[in-house]
Design a protein around this ligand. Structure first.
Ligand code: ADP
Length: 361
C-alpha cells in the first residue's frame, strides 16, 4: 500500500502550548484511520492540519509523498479533500443545491451536476428530500446531506469530524453502517475523528489513540483494544480491570502474577519472575458463574467474589466483583435475571489466561 498522507515531526503550537505533536503517522490509500482521544487531545487540530486549514509550526505533511507547502497556493490540493463536521452547516437553499455546491464551484456542467447529485442523494437515501429547504431537515437528514455534499466531489481524502455525535442512537447506527459500506465500495481514504470508542471500532480499519496532542498507540483496532501499550490507553479503550501485580512464576509462557495476597492470575505472555506488571482484562472476556458452576468452565482463572456494584449500560449491565481485588464484567439482562445478580451475592469471575494482557511497569 502507498501512503496518501504522511506526517513527520509535525508540531502545532497554539497559545504557546503544543496542541499537536506527532512524530510519525501515515494514512494509506483506501483505508479509514479512526482517531480517538478525550476532549482536548488534539483531534480537531489534526483534522485542521489535514484539511490544510492550519499551518503546522514545524514539521511536514506529505500528500502522495510530496511535502505540502502551506505558504503557497493550496487550492489544487484542497480540492482533493472534503470535510464533514459534527454540525452540517448547510446553506439556506434546497438539499439538492447544498449537495451541488462544490461541483458548481468547480464549474462542472449542469447535466453532470444533476447526474452526480442525484446519484449521491439516492445512495444516502435522501432523494425524496431534494427539493426541501435544508433548514427544515432533521439532524440525521442534514448529516446525510452533508455527507452527500462531500462524497459527490469524489475526494481522495474524506475528513470526518465527529459526524455522528449529535444524532440519536438509531439514526447514528444506520448512518454509520451506510458510511462504512460507502467508504469500502468507493475505496475512499478517510480520517475519522471521534471521542467514542465504539464508533472508532466500527468504522476504523486502523486506530490511533491520541492524548495531549500525541499519538500514544496505533494499530488494528482489535489489537489496540486487546493489547493497550500503556495504562492511559487501557483506560481510554475500555479495559476496565487494571491491577498492579508481580510475576511470581513462569513456565513455558504461562505466567503466575500475584495481584493481591494469595491471589494469583494465570496469564499467557512474556515477562521475567519478579517483574512488576499491570494485569489488564477487558470486561467482555470475563464470564460470571454461580459458585456451583465453577467446574463447568475450562478457563484457567476462577475467582470467587461478591457483587459490589451493578450499573446499567442499556443493552447489558456492568458488574463489579470484589474478589480481594476488583474485577469488572459485563452481564446480559438474561443472565442477570437467571443468576439473580444482586449486591452482596457470591459469584465466580472466570477468564482465560490468553484473555489477560500484561503491561510492563
Ligand atoms: P480535541 O478535538 O481532541 O478536543 P483540540 O484539537 O480541539 O482537541 O485541542 C487540542 C488542544 O489545543 C487543547 O489543549 C485546546 O485547548 C487547544 N486549542 C485548540 N484550539 C485552540 C485555539 N484556537 N487556540 C488556542 N488553543 C487551542
Amino acid at each position: 500500500m502507498t501512503a496518501l498522507l504522511e506526517m513527520r515531526d509535525l508540531l502545532v503550537i497554539l497559545n504557546g502550548k503544543p496542541a499537536l505533536d506527532i512524530k510519525s503517522l501515515m494514512v494509506e490509500k483506501g483505508e479509514t484511520l479512526a482517531v480517538i482521544g478525550p476532549n482536548g487531545a488534539g483531534k480537531s487540530t489534526l483534522l485542521k492540519v489535514l484539511a490544510l486549514l492550519q499551518k503546522p509550526s514545524q514539521g511536514q505533511l506529505l500528500l502522495d509523498g510530496k511535502p505540502v507547502r502551506f505558504s503557497g497556493n493550496l487550492l489544487s490540493q484542497r480540492r482533493r479533500l472534503a470535510l464533514v463536521m459534527q454540525q452540517p452547516l448547510l446553506r439556506g437553499t434546497t438539499t439538492f443545491e447544498n449537495v451541488a455546491t462544490g461541483l458548481r464551484f468547480r464549474r462542472v456542467l449542469g447535466s453532470e451536476v444533476r447526474r452526480r447529485v442525484e446519484d449521491w442523494l439516492g445512495r444516502l437515501g435522501i432523494s425524496l428530500l431534494a427539493a426541501r429547504h435544508a433548514h427544515t431537515l432533521s439532524g440525521g437528514e442534514a448529516q446525510r446531506t452533508s455527507l452527500a455534499r462531500a462524497l459527490v466531489l469524489q475526494p481522495d481524502l474524506l475528513l470526518l469530524d465527529e459526524p455522528f455525535a449529535d444524532l440519536d442512537p438509531p439514526t447514528r447506527e444506520d448512518l454509520m453502517s451506510e458510511i462504512r459500506s460507502i467508504l469500502h465500495e468507493t475505496g475512499t481514504t478517510a480520517v475519522f475523528v471521534t471521542h467514542d470508542r465504539d464508533e472508532a471500532l466500527r468504522l476504523g480499519d486502523r486506530l490511533a489513540v491520541m492524548m495531549d496532542g500525541r499519538v500514544l498507540q496505533e494499530g488494528r483496532p482489535q489489537e489496540v483494544l486487546a493489547r493497550p501499550a500503556s495504562q492511559e490507553v487501557a483506560a481510554f479503550v475500555g479495559t476496565e480491570t487494571v491491577l498492579p501485580g508481580v510475576v511470581r512464576n513462569e513456565q513455558q509462557g504461562l505466567l503466575d502474577v500475584e495481584v493481591a495476597p494469595e491471589k494469583h492470575v494465570a496469564a499467557v505472555g512474556r515477562s521475567t519472575v519478579g517483574s512488576q506488571v499491570l494485569v489488564c482484562l477487558r470486561p467482555e472476556e470475563v464470564t460470571l458463574l454461580e459458585p456451583h458452576q465453577e467446574g463447568h468452565s475450562s478457563a484457567r482463572n476462577h475467582f470467587l467474589g461478591t457483587v459490589q456494584e451493578v450499573s446499567d449500560l442499556g443493552l447489558f449491565l456492568r458488574v463489579t466483583l470484589d474478589c480481594g481485588f476488583p474485577i469488572v464484567a459485563y452481564a446480559t439482562r438474561i443472565s442477570v435475571s437467571e443468576m439473580a445478580i444482586a449486591l452482596g451475592q457470591p459469584l465466580v469471575a472466570s477468564f482465560k489466561a490468553t484473555a489477560v494482557h500484561l503491561i510492563p511497569q
